[in-house]
Design a protein around this ligand. Structure first.
Ligand code: AMP
Ligand code: GLY
Length: 429
């Protein structure tokens, strides 16, 4: 069969890498892909959001399955359009994608169905939002309702910061239409974890736990990014917590979406805040996490393609899923300046040497080929991923691989996995 992967980041490289290993698959295409993906799939110069161009390509090429990486094409109705035209697609409908596309929708759904999340109010008038903030005081988290590429969330320790956040979102419209409404919510303390599951709308099959590292610098300092590294499993998600999250969050959310008339078929990703033995939802995403997909995919032993097909076809209950007991860690190597403005086109050295290491995969995120060399082409450039018998071994291996790769201005966190090792009593870095 022919598979098309939509997107061009580290997550999509991980998906392409795994899909290509499937004996069911003859050809893999990726739109737009990147320099790393180009060595494993046919890359097409079609942007991930250009639904009509992707559809035309899939029809012309006879694509048997399209797998969507990022949220935006889903929110724009890619899955609906493909299905209308009789093409098989893995990814949620636009109606279901509101769970990520509108934070107000997600919060109100959670309130209606008793799914644990921070207390909140929604406002479409900035003056009302500010009056509420003055009454309730700080700390508070102010969030743009719509998609803002991960930048629309302002955790505020003081009232002034919170009032400013409302202005940035609603008055200055820093995120455009996404700022028509704001969600103001309770500031939760605790440790974050990512919980992903695949669902056909009925069966909900959990993936192993994982943890992202959102802040740009070590010790969770500095501004938030798309994610500077991830590992799996995450020991903060104990067996009890895992069951609790399935029973109180994942299954009820899938049931709720069906009740609302927007059945949920795809990946459901809950960003959790964990305190003690209790988990609350910070946000939902309607796709694989990036970089969480990288460690998860390298831990998946069984074939990904039949799993995606089963979720699409409504036969997930019978699907076979097998995970490696090894741990996996992904360290994101980023461009100088990221998450702010950064330079592109800087040559990368040492890729081959890192790639040759056993139990290491170098996923490309923002790379391109220029004059026959691989150069930086994005903020997050590489997601170096390694497996090990435990998190400790995986961490050691991944940093050995990272140490072989260089370019001018490269930066990365040196403490990916530390929270897990602290919990297990083994951080030596
Ligand atoms: P979101 O996109 O809603 O997950 O928010 C991005 C990041 O902001 C999260 O990963 C958290 O680090 C932080 N955050 C979001 N909501 C809250 C909250 N209610 N309390 C504390 N931190 C939050
Ligand atoms: N790693 C965070 C995200 O994918 O949204």
């Amino acid at each position: 069969m022919k598979v098309l992967v939509v997107g061009g980041g580290g997550r999509e490289h991980a998906l392409v890498w795994k899909i290509r290993q499937s004996p069911l698959v003859d050809e893999v295409y990726c739109a737009p892909g990147n320099a790393g993906i180009a060595s494993e799939a046919h890359c097409l110069p079609i942007p991930a959001n250009d639904v009509e161009a992707l559809l035309a390509f899939a029809q012309r090429e006879g694509i048997d399955l399209t797998v969507v990486g990022p949220e935006e094409p889903l929110v724009r109705g890619l899955a609906d359009r493909f299905e209308e035209e009789g093409l098989a697609v893995f990814g949620v409908s636009a109606g279901a994608a509101r769970l990520e596309g509108s934070k107000a929708f997600a919060k109100e759904l959670m309130r209606r169905y008793g799914i644990p999340t921070a207390e909140f109010e929604v406002f479409s008038d900035p003056e009302e939002a500010k009056a509420y903030l003055r009454k309730r005081g700080a700390p508070a988290v102010v969030k743009a309702d719509g998609l803002a590429a991960g930048k629309g969330v302002f955790p505020c320790r003081t009232l002034d910061e919170a009032l400013e956040a409302v202005d940035r979102i609603m008055v200055e419209r820093a995120f455009g239409e996404a700022g028509q409404k704001v969600v103001i919510e309770e500031f939760l303390e605790g440790e974050e974890a990512s919980f992903l599951a695949i669902t056909d709308g009925e069966a909900v099959v959990p993936f192993p736990s994982s943890q992202d590292h959102k802040a740009v610098f070590d010790g969770d300092t500095g501004p938030n990014t798309g994610g500077m590294g991830a590992y799996s499993p995450a020991p903060v998600v104990t067996h009890e917590l895992h069951d609790q999250v399935m029973e109180r969050i994942m299954i009820p959310t899938v049931r709720a979406m069906a009740r609302e008339g927007t059945p949920y078929r795809g990946i459901l990703y809950a960003g959790l805040m964990i305190r003690g033995q209790e988990a609350k939802v910070l946000e939902f995403n309607v796709r694989f996490g990036d970089p969480e997909a990288q460690p998860l995919v390298v831990r998946l032993r069984s074939d990904l393609v039949p799993l995606l097909e089963a979720a699409r076809a409504g036969t997930l209950k019978e699907a076979h899923v097998e995970w490696d007991s090894d741990a996996a860690v992904c360290v994101v190597m980023a461009s100088q300046g990221y998450p702010g403005p950064y330079q592109k086109g800087v040559p990368i050295e040492g890729l081959e040497e890192a790639q040759r290491m056993e139990n290491v995969v170098v996923f490309h995120a923002g790379t391109a080929v220029q004059g026959g060399r691989i150069v930086t082409a994005g903020g997050r450039v590489l997601g170096v991923t390694a497996k090990g018998r435990g998190i400790g071994e995986a961490v050691e291996r991944v940093y050995k691989a990272v140490g072989k790769i260089r370019w001018d201005g490269v930066h990365y966190r040196r403490d990916i996995g530390k929270k897990a090792l602290d919990r297990l009593g083994g951080w030596s870095g």
